[in-house]
Ligand binder design. Sequence first.
Ligand SMILES: Nc1ncnc2c1ncn2[C@@H]1O[C@H](COP(=O)(O)OP(=O)(O)OP(=O)(O)O)[C@@H](O)[C@H]1O
Ligand SMILES: [Mg+2]
Length: 206
Amino acid sequence: MCEQENGPDPRSGDAVAERKRDLRERLLTARRHTPQEVLDARAASLGAHVLAIPEVAFAGTVAAYVSMGTEPPTDAVLAALHARGAHVLLPVLLGDNDLDWAPYEGPDSLRDAGRGLREPATTPLGVDAVASADVVLVPGLAVSADGVRMGRGGGSYDRALARVGENALRVLLLHPDEIDQDVPAAPHDQRVDVVVSAEGVVRFTA
Ligand SMILES: Nc1ncnc2c1ncn2[C@@H]1O[C@H](COP(=O)(O)OP(=O)(O)OP(=O)(O)O)[C@@H](O)[C@H]1O
Ligand SMILES: [Mg+2]
């Protein structure tokens, strides 16, 4: 049989999964090759852009995450939200890659959860707690020109975002060169409303 007959059908879910794998590999390699001083230089402007979004500035409850490795850092954003009295929820990764949510009680309240993850040590409130958020800050690796998000491949945020209220603002934090990518989309892939990088804020229209 020729390769064309054996290759993935470009219309099938397998082809989407394969293209996502390739794109993830390319973007993760780019992150690994970004000098630490460049990552550090982006941190302050990213945080300032996030906190200046009006919905973030006025949110009563923000579901967020603790960044790891070469992800755009969230520590300063979490601390600032907590300091101004916002209710901040953080994810707790479950065995099936779904996300539970627990309250953030300040920088000293996180524990090492292994594999570079830091999680809240507080009591989890359940997978549906994310529905109480006015704003959801999510990690990822890429976003398309119309707001389709791609993450690391666990499907965690596709599940979590499906539980978020329809008036909540979904905000993705990325590095500048990860925006406007040709993201392969499957029906389960969730969109975001806004992407923020060190270079600024982009809002997607519905
Ligand atoms: N609602 C869901 N329930 C169960 N599995 C799901 C759900 N949504 C997505 N998945 C599964 O998760 C797997 C990974 O999905 P996908 O490639 O879209 O990950 P991702 O969006 O990059 O990951 P993440 O959301 O963790 O950042 C797929 O096998 C997909 O079927
Ligand atoms: Mg997805």
